[in-house]
Design a protein. Structure first.
Ligand code: SF4
Ligand code: SF4
Length: 196
């Protein structure tokens, strides 16, 4: 070790330079605005892309969007979704989820299920206050998921818009938003009578 380095170390020790450096950091922060939020009295503004509790959504006329296709269940890396799909007897080829469960204790909030859904029936919301002493209440069933969807519908729509999965335009209303009309009522002309 050279003499100049030794002299510098000696001078630093005599001047208590490390203490002065630490005090400088402390004094600098005394004049900064605190960034700590005093939760729950203060709440942060949550961005629209926030991945909070999942919700099931309805169309504006109140009909359930979910068609029970199971794609969300397949896409989920945590295997925490269970869909029981049933045929809708009032509409040909149309199905719906008679039961729907999400075990939120296993969910990693990746959003893959939302991306996989062909009709945007699932979305994430800004809801995050659902801690409980009873773990069993964190198995969200269909009723609870629709309740969250109704309560946080604006958050859910903003999430879908922010992730570019839904737009409030005609194309989404005609195509992705609903099933193509040809599925609901055939548009092909019927074959001539003598051929049937
Ligand atoms: S957010 Fe991810 S982990 Fe949670 S239910 Fe959806 S796919 Fe599964
Ligand atoms: S939420 Fe979407 S992906 Fe999941 S079963 Fe319903 S329609 Fe299919």
């Amino acid at each position: 070790m050279s003499v100049s380095v030794l002299a510098k170390q000696l001078l630093d020790a005599v001047m208590f330079r490390e203490i002065w450096n630490a005090m400088k950091v402390t004094f600098t922060h005394m004049f900064h605005r605190p960034i700590t939020f005093q939760y729950p009295r203060e709440e942060r503004t949550i961005p629209d892309t926030h991945r909070g509790a999942l919700a099931l959504l309805r169309y504006d006329d109140g009909a359930e969007r979910c068609v029970g296709c199971d794609l969300c269940e397949v896409a989920c890396p945590s295997h925490c979704i269970k869909v029981v799909s049933t045929e809708d007897e009032s509409l040909p080829l149309r199905r719906y989820a008679s039961e729907f469960y999400i075990d939120i204790t296993k969910c990693v909030f990746c959003g893959y299920c939302v991306e996989a859904c062909p009709v945007n029936a699932l979305a994430m919301t800004k809801m995050y206050e659902y801690s409980t002493h009873d773990k069993r209440t964190l198995l969200f069933d269909k009723k609870r998921l629709y309740e969250i969807g109704e309560r946080f519908i604006e958050d859910a729509k903003k999430y879908l818009y922010a992730h570019n999965q839904e737009k409030n335009d005609q194309m989404f209303h005609d195509y992705r938003y609903f099933f193509p009309q040809s599925v609901l009522k055939p548009t092909q002309p019927l074959p001539p009578k003598h051929l049937t």
